[in-house]
Write a protein that binds this ligand. Structure first.
Ligand code: BES
Ligand code: MN
Ligand code: MN
Length: 455
């Protein structure tokens, strides 16, 4: 079948692949920042040109936002078709101060490549491109048909991809999808992820008097929007760590016995985890382990608070308004639109008198759970075992990848979530990194996956 020649190509091109990845990472494709729109487009062009250079037909698809790269190689008649999804956009690098090397100047330290986008998702996405290149350059063909869908708005919850997928269901038709945009269980412990959380994100703005007031002259007689905001925020969760919104748990699918057993069997140390986050203790929903809380139970977190005086020294003010950004991570079978209705009803119920509120719904994502007992997952297990030299474990994760739900609802197929990252890769934070050894093992696994899926 030629896999030996392919792996030989991968091994002999490691330095080339690293240099190419660095070139892609140097393009600051920050999708959230309009000042980087031209850079974001350049990253799309880089991906398109890389696909073309290896012999894959590829084009930019223009959208209302950032372009989508679509590529395809369909010269394996009778063989299955794999859809590879990835994103070339990255999160803003700010704050810049904690970075030990500039975010868009990829730097190798201790075998890790440090840069924004190193693991999320340029480095991980690139493994599938280089695996295809290795097949095409060393054998002249791919063992299966492959379609590439690489977008530029994943980090901003853009609407372009949803529209593109809905309007091009025939073009995108496939038997299986693969995404590398998650993590391993730990160093040397590759994983196949079978569950991701969904997301429902809100911004709540609370308004009181029509201007800031003296808190001595007016306090006690006029409601304070920040006090009201604190009341509302505090009402979201109970002391048992459960979300106190009516109906919130109605659609939560309980953990199955085999899952609780598998999670408990993983080599996970609560003490080491506690030390790694540097908090005084671990807290969460009563009755669940840390892995269960992280992977399979819904959560609520305040992501930001603003309003009033936060400059140096005291200022006795009764602020006229304040706001909070808060979000829920959801699990199957919760629906982010239904959660939005429940949150709106809850805020209306608990909002104290004397203030008004505005609740904005930011982007959401559906939770996903894929069948872990399919032939495709078995093929992926063999591929990862071949690439990493060790059997992968089955895990769920707390992050969200909106396209997985879209691939299921629009194309009717499950996605293989083969993450090459590590939990301490600092994605979205300063000093994001990606292990170069994992980069190369990921390429090998991706190359094996194409062979394994052809059977
Ligand atoms: N790659 C991440 C998702 C992820 C992170 C999966 C960690 C598993 C572990 C993705 O790029 C991301 O950042 N997703 C966002 C959601 C999106 C709607 C902004 C997230 O999870 O916050
Ligand atoms: Mn990502
Ligand atoms: Mn991300």
């Amino acid at each position: 079948m030629g896999i030996e020649k392919v792996i030989e190509y991968v091994t002999s091109h490691q330095r080339d692949f690293e240099e190419q990845l660095k070139s892609l990472i140097r393009i600051p494709s920050v999708s959230a920042q309009p000042a980087h729109d031209a850079d974001t487009r350049r990253a799309a062009e880089f991906v398109r040109d890389d696909l073309k250079a290896m012999g894959v037909s590829a084009d930019l698809v223009e959208t209302a936002g950032h372009p989508i790269v679509y590529g395809h190689w369909r010269n394996a008649p009778g063989k299955p078709t794999l859809l590879v999804y990835g994103h070339y956009d990255v999160q803003p690098p700010e704050p810049l101060d904690p970075w030990l090397s500039p975010p868009f100047e990829p730097t190798v330290r201790d075998g890790n490549l440090y840069a924004r986008g190193a693991t999320d998702d340029k480095g991980q996405m690139f493994t599938h491109l280089k695996a295809a290149e290795a097949w095409l350059k060393s054998t002249g063909s791919l063992p299966i048909n492959v379609k590439f869908l690489i977008e530029g708005e994943e980090e901003v919850g853009g609407a372009a991809l949803e529209k593109f997928v809905a309007e091009n269901r025939e073009t995108l038709r496939c038997d299986c999808a693969v995404i590398s945009d998650t993590s391993q269980f730990g160093p040397g412990m590759p994983a196949i992820t079978y569950g991701l959380k969904g997301l429902a994100y809100f911004e709540l703005i609370v308004k009181g008097p029509d201007r800031d007031l003296h808190s001595g002259t007016f306090g006690g007689a006029v409601a304070n929007p920040l006090n009201a905001l604190a009341t509302i925020i505090a009402s979201l969760k109970g002391p048992d760590g459960r979300i106190a919104i009516e109906g919130f748990y109605d659609d939560v699918r309980p953990l199955e016995d085999w899952e609780r057993a598998e999670f408990a069997a993983l080599p996970f140390s609560e003490a080491e985890f506690l030390a790694s986050v540097g908090a005084p203790s671990l807290e969460g929903e009563f009755g669940y382990s840390t892995l269960e809380r992280k992977w399979a139970r819904p959560t609520c977190d305040v992501n930001g608070l603003y309003g009033g005086y936060d400059g140096p020294g005291p200022k006795t003010v009764l602020p006229c308004k304040g706001g909070a950004k808060f979000s829920f991570r959801l699990v199957p079978d919760q629906d982010n639109r239904r959660v939005a209705e429940q949150v709106r009803a809850h805020v209306a119920k608990v909002c104290p008198p004397g203030v008004t509120f505005e609740l904005i719904e930011h982007h959401g994502a559906p939770p996903v759970l894929v069948d872990a007992k399919t032939p495709a997952v078995a093929a992926a297990k063999r591929a990862v075992a071949a690439g990493f030299g060790v059997e992968p474990v089955l895990i769920r994760e707390g992050g969200s990848i909106p396209v997985v739900g879209l691939i299921k609802s629009q194309l009717g197929v499950d996605t293989l979530l083969l993450g090459w990252g590590q939990n301490d890769d600092n994605l979205h934070g300063p000093n994001e990194k990606f292990s170069l050894a994992d980069f190369h093992r990921g390429i090998k696994s991706a190359a094996h996956l194409l062979a394994e899926l052809s059977g």
